[in-house]
Design a protein around this ligand. Structure first.
Ligand code: F6P
Length: 354
């Protein structure tokens, strides 16, 4: 692969996610194997602005594939959004001879990647966020681990619920996306799940719990996505008041973001890390890696971002002008499919929670 790359940078940015270390390892090892040097940039884009980076050798990424968090640290860097911050970042890339960057994170990270790309630093994004809220990919790095952590925590809650004939309302992270809540609710056999994507019948759920308790059921889990704001704690009180079932509220919060990545996340991170380097060396830029139909592939970052906006209904005027009619039709089909997948899972959750 004849290429002009002598050195690439790798960074992790935004909320950390289990599997980020595995991705950095794969990027580093692949680049070195292709004869390209690697700079590890500390604290996401902040490290690029403030020249906080080290050269990574193969030994520097030994024994990190199983570790949670990110050994390169992470940050949500506001300074990078300013032209001044951006220029400092580019100067530092030039100073160190960094010819391209692999940016690992969520949608904010990809915005930064585009900013670098359009200013002449080729950049490839790897989706890593527990939220799984990048529409273009079936899976983001960290999502599988986060769900398994929720399962572990809630299985423990279930033990004590059964002993005391209680209900637990559990709020889980996910930002605006209900993916963690929906999937774990099914796998936990929760009595109800509350997510931003679907309407929720609170009255019917309270009635269901009352009825099931009368029927002898001793434990109840209700999983609520944090995207349904200011709901979970009050709903716990309402269940207790109206059913007589003692009800506890638990917010799992950041505990779900830590821990050793699962096999699934280590595999995804490794495949994406290798692919990202090969994309850069093949002269590609401004792309985000995706898993589609279980295969690792790429889409343009702008496609991924507009797809997310279309899904959330936050597209601004003119944003779709750059796409052909065919591409726009493809986007609409992807959104419809995602909505259908969520509705189908929601039905599965309801049908198995009777
Ligand atoms: O995007 C990951 C995430 O953990 C979300 O689920 C959550 O809403 C947010 O980050 C929390 O952010 P912070 O770590 O800044 O509190």
């Amino acid at each position: 692969m004849g290429n002009k790359f002598r050195k690439i940078g790798v960074l992790t940015s935004g909320g950390d996610a289990p599997g980020m270390n595995a991705a950095v390892r794969a990027v580093t090892r692949t680049a070195l194997a292709r004869g390209v040097e690697v700079m590890g940039i500390y604290g996401g884009y902040r490290g690029l602005i403030h020249d906080d980076m080290i050269e990574l050798k193969a030994r520097n990424v030994s024994n990190i594939i199983w570790r949670g968090g990110t050994f390169l640290y992470s940050d949500r860097c506001l300074e990078f959004k300013t032209e001044e911050g951006m220029q400092k970042a580019i100067e530092n890339c030039k100073k160190h001879g960094i010819d391209g960057i692999v940016a690992i994170g969520g949608d904010g990270t990809f915005r930064g990647a585009t900013d670098l790309s359009v200013r002449g630093i080729p950049t490839i994004g790897i989706p890593a966020t527990i939220d799984n809220d990048i529409t273009a990919t079936e899976n983001t790095i960290g999502f599988d681990t986060a769900m398994n952590t929720v399962l572990d925590m809630c299985d423990r809650l279930r033990d004590t619920c059964v002993s005391h004939a209680r209900c637990n309302v559990v709020e889980v992270m996910g930002r605006g996306a209900g993916d963690i809540a929906l999937n774990t609710a099914i796998a936990l056999g929760a009595v109800a799940v509350v997510i931003p994507e679907m309407p929720f019948d609170a009255d019917a759920t309270v009635e269901k719990i009352r009825h099931l308790r009368e029927d002898g059921k001793r434990s109840f889990l209700v999983i609520v996505s944090e995207g349904v704001e200011n709901f979970a704690e009050g709903f716990a009180k309402r269940i207790q008041d109206e059913t007589g079932v003692e009800t506890k509220f638990a917010r799992l919060a950041h505990v779900v973001r830590g821990g050793s990545p699962t096999l699934g996340d280590r595999m995804l991170a490794t495949k994406m890390g290798v692919h990202a380097v090969d994309q850069l060396l093949a002269g590609k830029s401004n792309l985000v890696l995706c898993q589609r139909d279980s295969k690792i592939t790429t889409v343009e970052i702008v496609y991924s971002q507009c797809l997310d906006r279309m899904y959330k209904g936050t597209l601004k005027e003119g944003m779709l002008d750059q796409f052909s009619e065919e591409k726009i039709a493809q986007m609409k089909a992807e959104i419809e499919q995602k909505k259908k997948d969520i509705a189908d899972l929601y039905t599965l959750a309801e049908e198995t929670a009777r």
